[in-house]
Design a protein around this ligand. Structure first.
Ligand SMILES: C[S@@+](CC[C@H](N)C(=O)[O-])C[C@H]1O[C@@H](n2cnc3c(N)ncnc32)[C@H](O)[C@@H]1O
Length: 243
């Protein structure tokens, strides 16, 4: 997603020090100190204009959110959106949201091992050509990095319109022995829950009748245990012995 660049964007971002981070590396290992609490940290990789993360941070003050994108104009849009959503003044202070200009390729420079609890991958670029597969955000090269920075409760949530990216991702998760759950090929097929939080791309695709695919992946040990417990309690299911 590219936007027309406004001349004063750099200056704008410099002024939004309370919610915009231009040098994310300096917070590696100290994000809880940055937020001033020990609440869980949820991260959206490739947040675009920030609708999803602004809304989530507004609804969940008990969680800290970090939105990452590599285009400064998108960080600006996300900042404007967050100020509007949280109905703040221009100083943009939002205690539980950090909008971060950074490249996901170097995510290991931004977060320390076990520092975060959840990763949202919303409508990540599908990179359909085989020679570009390593750029897909669910390529094993990225999954190893995510597994490192996610904590014991760590999960990944993938949402996409792309059949090819979804198929590739399910295989990548399975190949690394990760447990997928809540898999759906048509997230809005049975109607959209009232409290659903849309991303910009999702809203556009849903209005065009495009099906949205979603799955969650338990990465941390406790996330997997919690998932297995839910299966047993709600559906009476236990893993087949030996698997
Ligand atoms: C297709 S858009 C989806 C935006 C938003 N998540 C949504 O669902 O509306 C993908 C976003 O990922 C960002 N992105 C892609 N690769 C990235 C990278 N390596 N580092 C940071 N951001 C990246 C792009 O700039 C773009 O904003």
């Amino acid at each position: 997603m590219r936007l027309r660049k406004r001349r004063d964007t750099h200056q704008y971002l410099e002024q939004q020090k309370n919610s915009v981070i231009l040098q994310a590396q300096q917070y590696k290992g100290t994000w809880h100190e940055y937020f001033g609490n020990d609440h869980p940290i949820h991260v959206e990789l490739g947040m675009g204009k920030g609708n999803f993360i602004s809304e989530l941070s507004y609804r969940h003050p008990e969680i800290n959110y970090v939105g990452i994108d590599m285009y400064d104009e998108l960080i600006r849009k996300a900042s404007e959106k967050a100020i509007e959503t949280h109905q703040l003044q221009e100083d943009g202070h939002i205690p539980n949201l950090a909008l971060t200009l950074a490249n996901i390729n170097r995510i290991e420079d931004i977060f320390a091992p076990n520092e975060i609890e959840r990763i949202y991958l919303n409508f990540s670029d599908p990179w359909p050509k085989k020679r570009h597969a390593f750029r897909r955000l669910t390529h094993p090269g990225f999954l190893y990095k995510y597994a490192d920075i996610l904590n014991e409760q760590g999960i990944i949530q993938l949402r996409t319109d792309s059949v090819s990216l979804f198929e590739f991702s399910l295989n990548a998760f399975a190949n690394l022995g990760l447990r997928m759950y809540d898999i759906t090929l048509d997230l809005h097929g049975q109607g959209t829950p009232e409290d659903h939080v849309f991303t910009e791309y999702e809203r556009k695709f849903v209005s065009q009748g495009v099906r949205i695919h979603q799955c969650k992946v338990a990465v941390g040990k406790q996330a997997l245990e919690a998932h297995l417990k839910r299966l047993e309690e709600e559906d009476g299911l236990r893993p087949i012995p030996g698997f």
